[in-house]
Every structure is written in C-alpha cells, then in structure tokens.
Design a protein around this ligand. Structure first.
Ligand SMILES: Nc1ncnc2c1ncn2[C@@H]1O[C@H](COP(=O)(O)OP(=O)(O)O)[C@@H](O)[C@H]1O
Ligand SMILES: [Mg+2]
Length: 455
C-alpha cells in the first residue's frame, strides 16, 4: 500500500509538509515578539492556505524557532465556521476560555473555571479579570480565529463585543490572529462596526499564490519520501495546468502520483490526472467566478482571451482595457486569481483560463469578437447583483429555505428575505423557482442534484 504524499481538502497539519509563506510567517511572529504583542489579520481566498498557515504558526517547534518560549505562550485555535445564527458572544467566550483551560496549570485553570461557572456574569469586566490574572502569571495568549468573518458578519456580535475585544488586546497579553476571505472591514454586518477602531489593531497579511520556487519545493518535498519521480515534462504540465496555487497543485499532483503508483503508461498517466484534476477543480473555479464582481469578470475575460493567441480578432482593445484596469488587477492579484508573467498578468492557471473561455463562448462572446461585432466586455453580467445577493441566490438555487440560507450565512431570516426581494427585482422575476432558473441558465449558480424537486 503506497501512501499518497499529496493531499487536498484538509489543511496541512504537519509542519514538515508546509511549504513557503516565510515572509508572512516572519511578519506574524515579529508582531508577536514585539513588546506591544501585536495582532495580525490573515486575508486570502478560499483554499489558498489560511488554515494551514494558522496550524503552522501554532506548531510548538515553529513557535520556538521564531523566538517564542512555549511555556509563556498559549495558542488557541478556533474554527469559527462552527458559529451559527444562534451563537452568542457569551457562547463564543465560553468556548475560547475552555480551550485556554486545556493549556493552563491547575491554579490558573481553577481561576478561569470559577469565571465560567457564572455565564451570566461573563461580561467584559469578567474577561478583563481573567486576562489580569494571566498577565500576572506572565502568560501570553494568542487566539487563532479562523474564518473570523463569521463573527464580524453575525448580527449577535454588536459593537460592544468588538470594543471589548480590542480593549483586551490593547491592555493585556492577548493577541489575535484572524483569517478571512476578504479584509475584515469589508465583511461587517453594520456601518457602526465597520467604522469602529477595532480593526486598527491588525496588520493585514495577504496570502497569495506560492512563488515558483516554493511550488517546486512542494513537489520535491512530498516526493522525497517516496520512490516515485515525476518526469520533467509532467512537472511542467502540472505547474501550467494547476498553477502555483497550493490547493490546485496538491490536487493535480495527487492524481499524477496515483497514476504513477498504479504503474500506468506515460500517456495513460497524462490522461488520468488531467481528467481527475478537472473534475475536482472545476466546481471551485466556478465558485471563484461567481464571487467576482462584473469588473473582475471583465478583466479576467480579457486576460483569458489575450492568452489564447487567437489571431482572428484584434487584441489591442483588450490590452488597452487591461491597462486601464490597474485597480481591478491588483484586487484579482490579492485574490490569487491572476498570476504575473513578467509585467503581464494571466488567469492563475490554464484550467481557469479555459473555464473563462467556455463561459465567454456560452455568452456568444468569442463569436462576436470573431465577426468584429462590438460587444462590450461588461456584458458578462451578474445582473447588478451584489456579492451577498449572489451568495443568497446560490444557496436558494440549491433548494434551501430562507431559514436554512439564514443559518448558513449567519443572517436573520428577515435579512435573507430582503435580499431575495432585491434579487427578484434585479432579475425581473417574482418567485424562487424563476430566480433559480435564471441563476442556473445564466451561470450565476450551479445546478445541484436534487434541487429540482424542491423548487
Ligand atoms: N503552505 C502549504 N504547503 C503545502 N500545501 C498547502 C499549503 N497551504 C495550503 N496547502 C494546500 O491547500 C489546501 C487548502 O489549504 P487550507 O489551509 O485549507 O486553505 P484555506 O484555509 O485558505 O481555505 C490544503 O488542503 C493543502 O493541500
Ligand atoms: Mg480554512
């Protein structure tokens, strides 16, 4: 039985298998070594490696190597995807304090347990007392808050919660390392929270594509322990089709490794990994696409077309359009959806580029270009739906009820029905069934098996 060293889906939990991110890791630790014991906010798209980075930072050997003595520091990881619409501030603090307990000696633990015994009294003062106590014992607490947007977008977490947390972080030996898909300030449920000074305590740490050296190191590192060696052309193909995105690279390599382990011929290996990779990757690419606003889609479309090397249409207008879209490009770069080749950009891997070209084909776009018909690139539409509305529509299209959508997105059912009304208006429909049909037809949502029955 050969164990496949490439994994995708679960975060990397073994520090020895974690590659790259040196600069980000050093930035985070240098803020923790600082006398002010400063917080960081990790920002990156889904599957770019945020949870893996949090796990890596929490590893005892890694912490020691970066100058943090293990006994003076308590690292507590919390997966905030567990939050739902019923989770309260008190419930979250209970959870975090109980996790902290596991790392405390008997005396300190007794102190925290006493506080936990009276949940009704678990206010900001009680928390300040807990951290006063830990300060006196020279204990530093680092809370690793994964998918923190589940808190900033949850209406149960009012400005008081954020003021309290900020005050604890400023006045005590408490640092926060959050992760989120976008900058936290873009992911709040109210203006009051957006404008609160809470976010000032963080430095943003962006997690993007791996650089080319780290991508190759990922392959070598994983294959090192095995008898399998990928052929040089296989390595080049994988890096082109999957790019240097850790999730897609691991996925492609996983199947290429499997093909080697099954002793397939070179041609059969090639067909095998490409087919498996495509099937695994496409839904994720579709999700990235659906979470693009119209400007992002237009720029991606232009980049995909520019890289087809198709001589049947003029590329100068596309090039102009891209040059004028500097800000959108920067945004796409942050989201790891584009890769820089010299000073030009391309979609981050070949499969994504082909996916975009397929979308354009479905829109009649490429045909129009070929016949020299003027077809504004902004016609690739999301019907003016906001990213939030697209999220709601996507879930509604899978057949979820308002209440279920509300729970998933951590919103009140009333907010969901407001979003739905606005979606109906923008799509010019007046029922869930019609909205779902439009969503699926226009590629705004995928058709889910079983969705039909519930419509
Ligand atoms: N630094 C890394 N080294 C090796 N593989 C990684 C690294 N970061 C991410 N991966 C791969 O990408 C996948 C997604 O990573 P994960 O940390 O779960 O992303 P996120 O939390 O941003 O959604 C993991 O399953 C793993 O295969
Ligand atoms: Mg994660």
């Amino acid at each position: 039985m050969i164990i496949n060293p490439f994994t995708y889906g679960n975060p990397i939990s073994d520090a020895a298998r974690f590659v790259g991110r040196e600069r980000q890791v050093e930035q985070i630790f240098s803020r923790l070594r600082n006398v002010e014991f400063e917080s960081s906010s990790i920002v990156g798209e889904r599957r770019i490696g945020k949870t893996s980075l949090l796990y890596y930072i929490a590893d005892e050997q890694v912490r020691r190597a970066h100058g943090l003595a293990p006994d003076a520091f308590i690292f507590v990881y919390a997966d905030l995807a567990l939050l739902d619409a019923t989770t309260t501030r008190t419930r979250l603090w209970q959870y975090l304090l109980r996790q902290m307990l596991l790392h405390l000696g008997e005396n300190d633990a007794a102190f925290v347990r006493a506080v936990l015994r009276e949940p009704d009294a678990l206010d900001n003062f009680a928390l300040a007392e807990v951290f006063d106590h830990l300060d006196a014992q020279n204990k530093h607490v680092v809370l690793l808050l994964d998918e923190f947007e589940n808190v900033t977008r949850n209406e149960n977490f009012t400005p008081d919660f954020f003021y309290g947390l900020r005050s604890l972080a400023i006045h005590h030996r408490l640092a926060l390392i959050t992760s989120s898909r976008r900058e936290l300030i873009e992911l709040t449920h109210s203006n009051e929270i957006r404008s609160s000074p809470f976010f000032n305590i963080f430095a943003n740490i962006n997690v993007r594509l791996l650089n080319a050296d780290d991508a190759r190191a990922l392959l070598e590192n994983a294959l090192g322990e095995t008898a399998v060696r990928f052929a040089p052309t296989e390595i080049e193909n994988v890096l082109r089709v999957a790019g240097t995105h850790p999730f897609f690279l691991q996925t492609a390599c996983h199947f290429l490794f499997q093909a080697h382990a099954e002793n397939l011929s070179a041609a059969a290996r090639d067909a095998f990994w490409r087919e498996k990779f495509r099937a695994e990757a496409l839904p994720h690419l579709g999700e990235y696409w659906r979470h693009c606003d119209e400007r992002e889609k237009s720029v991606l479309a232009a980049l995909a077309l520019l890289h087809t090397q198709d001589t049947r249409f003029a590329t100068a207008p596309l090039r102009d359009f891209v040059t004028r879209s500097e800000r959108v490009l920067a945004q796409l770069d942050k989201r790891a959806l584009v890769v820089a080749h010299g000073d030009a950009f391309a979609p981050f891997n070949e499969l994504f580029r082909n996916f975009i070209l397929d979308v354009l084909d479905d829109n009649g776009f490429v045909q129009a270009l070929e016949s020299n018909i003027h077809y504004p690139i902004t016609n690739i539409q999301s019907f003016g739906l906001s990213p939030r509305e697209l999220e709601v529509l996507e879930l509604v299209a899978t057949g979820l009820t308002d209440a279920e959508v509300a729970r998933k997105l951590v919103l009140s059912p009333r907010t969901v029905s407001t979003h739905l009304q606005s979606i109906y208006n923008k799509l010019g429909v007046n029922s869930r069934a019609a909205a779902t049909r439009v969503a699926v037809e226009k590629g705004l949502a995928a058709r889910e098996p079983g969705a039909q029955g519930k419509m």
